[in-house]
Design a protein around this ligand. Structure first.
Ligand code: ZN
Length: 358
């Protein structure tokens, strides 16, 4: 295998690159570290049952999301049972890059997990202050009520606590990790792992439901698996060396692109998914936003990205600049094809090697 640049998606420094050339399935992490045990306990208290929620959600949506992924990418994992080709596991513990960031928040874990409650206290005390006179008229005379200055003190206390969180910029720093940490596609195994603790922590921090976030993470990781191992109409896959050697912008961009498309498709069934995708995206940077430059809201955006992806795979393209050029080229071709089709009305659409999808 050729030398990989550190900006490559599958560089050996990434935690999901384990399994090595031997292809030995990576074992689940050993005994949880004291920090992991502490977080697991706190999570269970702050969001009871979150582990089961992640497990249940993946079981409920795994097949559905794979159907969408097949439709959008026009790639198939296998001819037989798709779910077996790349299995999904819900695992405990934290991937290394995540653990390194989160251990810096020592002492603020409980606050981070309960951010929404503190925000509620701030808004609640403000609400009581703003409506103090009218609300008190309804309270029995002998009831014990706070003076306005007490409510102001509660509001200020909440503001101070929120300032602490702002100062450590926890969410941005966690999500700013340029590596998949909520879940990961272990491409050498191959297997998808969902880190239920990380999903629980981020769901609390973003104030989105763990269920919606699980769907977003699973869709993203499935997109990695399908773009890598999915077979196109010619039965071709993405060569593993070329896939791993590709720039982060290409591989993460593709995963994010399909996650966005599928969350939009899910909107009528699961509106929370698109909201969670957007809440996460807002805090993300770098490669996780690469897809935003590819296509806008154009009608044929899906086709443009798909043709560029197929070309990228077959030509073993690894540089994001080249991929960007392929997108531009296919955008022009797709747009160029639109006019003659309209003018001829019954004319067959131009054949660029892709099967036309209705
Ligand atoms: Zn990813």
């Amino acid at each position: 295998m050729s030398e990989m640049a550190p900006a490559s998606w599958g560089h050996a420094s990434r935690h999901y690159a384990e399994g090595g050339v031997t292809g030995i399935p990576a074992k689940a992490a050993g005994a949880p570290s004291p920090m992991e045990r502490r977080w697991a306990e706190l999570l269970e208290k702050a969001t009871p049952g979150v582990r089961d929620t992640v497990e249940r959600t993946y079981k409920q949506w795994n097949g559905i999301l794979r159907d969408y992924m097949r439709t959008e990418t026009a790639l198939r994992l296998t001819v037989g049972d798709e779910a077996q080709a790349v299995p999904v596991r819900v695992v405990a513990g934290m991937p290394r890059p995540f653990a390194q960031v989160i251990e810096q928040f020592d002492g603020l874990e409980w606050l981070l997990l309960n951010r929404a409650r503190v925000e509620d206290a701030q808004r609640g005390s403000r609400f009581m202050l703003d409506n103090y006179g009218s609300l008190l008229g309804e309270v029995p005379d002998d009831a014990e009520v706070a003076e306005p200055e007490h409510l102001i003190a509660v509001e200020n206390t909440a503001a101070e606590l929120l300032k602490l969180l702002e100062k450590i910029d926890a969410v941005k720093r966690i999500i700013g990790i340029e590596e998949d940490v909520l879940g990961a596609y272990f491409f050498r195994v191959p297997e998808i792992r969902l880190y239920w603790m990380v999903i629980g922590i981020i769901a609390s921090a973003l104030d989105v439901s763990p269920e919606a976030l699980t769907i977003v993470v699973l869709t993203h990781e499935l997109a990695h698996a399908y773009t890598h191992l999915g077979r196109d109409i010619d039965n071709e896959q993405w060569d593993t060396g070329a896939f791993a050697g590709s720039d982060l912008d290409i591989v993460e961009g593709l995963a994010q692109f399909y996650t966005n498309v599928i969350c939009q498709r899910l909107e009528p069934r699961m509106p929370g998914a698109l909201r969670a995708y957007k809440a996460l995206l807002e805090k993300q940077s770098g490669s996780y936003r690469a897809h935003l430059d590819w296509v806008g809201g154009e009608e044929r955006g899906g086709e443009i990205v798909r043709v560029a992806m197929i070309e990228c795979r077959s030509q073993r393209m690894t540089e994001s600049a080249k991929f960007g050029q392929a997108i531009d080229r296919h955008r022009k071709q797709v747009k160029g094809r639109e006019k003659p089709v309209k003018a001829q009305a019954t004319g067959a659409p131009g054949n660029s090697g892709m099967s036309g999808s209705a």
